[in-house]
Design a protein around this ligand. Structure first.
Ligand SMILES: NC(=O)c1ccc[n+]([C@@H]2O[C@H](COP(=O)([O-])OP(=O)(O)OC[C@H]3O[C@@H](n4cnc5c(N)ncnc54)[C@H](OP(=O)(O)O)[C@@H]3O)[C@@H](O)[C@H]2O)c1
Length: 212
């Protein structure tokens, strides 16, 4: 399976390496795909991965992952040939946060996931992985128990594909929250997790589901 990742920052590189290691063919993408800053990643990943332009990564992927800061996400999507994303499963990991007396959600009546689906009406957007730090995104292990991963999206076959991908990355407890409107919950959970990490001085933590 071919994966095109829009972005070659923290998430782009971590997901790209994790997926390449799991047997996927991966293209991460950058404004400067030939920059030496990407050489170490390319060396680590070998023939399963490469770094391209945003447009080439979108064309290449059977599944697309958007791994871009909220501040530039819309602008980057507007540069991509819409045919490259049409009818494809698009995973959105973005978070729209600003800082006013601490971290706050930027969007009040909607969510980043819902806006990405509006920006890409012909794509099948699935929100997931936004609640976890890139440091523990792949084969997550926590001594206190199994972390939970949520997803949401309008298209059930796309969510099935994403569930498989998440399992390949080591996630075992996956909960489908419903349609893409429910990504608001995931973005709130992300913020609650960040605030908990700060108060409890426990970076790179995750929420779990405790059964009786
Ligand atoms: N990092 C985490 O632990 C984490 C966890 C969960 C969710 N998220 C979310 O995932 C998304 C990506 O996070 P990240 O940490 O990977 O971000 P990042 O490291 O800052 O990613 C930067 C990527 O975005 C591109 N970019 C930055 N500014 C741009 C601009 N003005 N125009 C075009 N491209 C631009 C960069 O391209 P160049 O290579 O050309 O510079 C690079 O590929 C964010 O929405 C974040 O909230 C992050």
């Amino acid at each position: 399976m071919k994966i095109g990742i829009l972005g070659a920052g923290n998430i782009g590189k971590v997901m790209g390496k994790g997926l390449a290691t799991a047997g996927y063919e991966v293209r991460i993408s950058s404004r400067e795909p030939h920059s030496p800053k990407h050489f170490p990643w390319k060396q680590e990943v070998g023939v399963s991965g490469d770094i391209t332009s945003f447009n080439e990564a979108a064309q290449f992927g059977e599944i697309i992952i958007i791994a871009l800061p909220w501040s530039c996400l819309k602008d980057v999507l507007e540069t991509i040939d819409s045919v490259s994303l049409k009818n494809k499963t698009v995973i959105d990991v973005s978070n729209a946060v600003h800082f006013v007396n601490g971290p706050r959600l930027l969007l009040e009546d909607t969510s980043a996931g819902a806006i990405v689906q509006e920006l890409l009406p012909e794509s099948l957007v699935v929100k997931t992985l936004n609640t976890i730090s890139d440091k523990v995104m792949i084969h997550p292990y926590f001594k206190d128990g199994t972390p939970i991963m949520f997803m949401s999206g309008n298209d059930n076959p796309s969510k099935d594909r994403v569930r498989t991908l998440l399992k390949d990355l080591g996630w075992s407890m996956i909960v489908d929250l419903g349609d893409i409107g429910q990504s608001r919950l995931q973005e709130s959970i992300m913020l609650a997790c960040v605030i908990s990490e700060i108060q409890l001085q426990a970076p790179d933590s995750a929420f779990g589901f405790l059964r009786q």
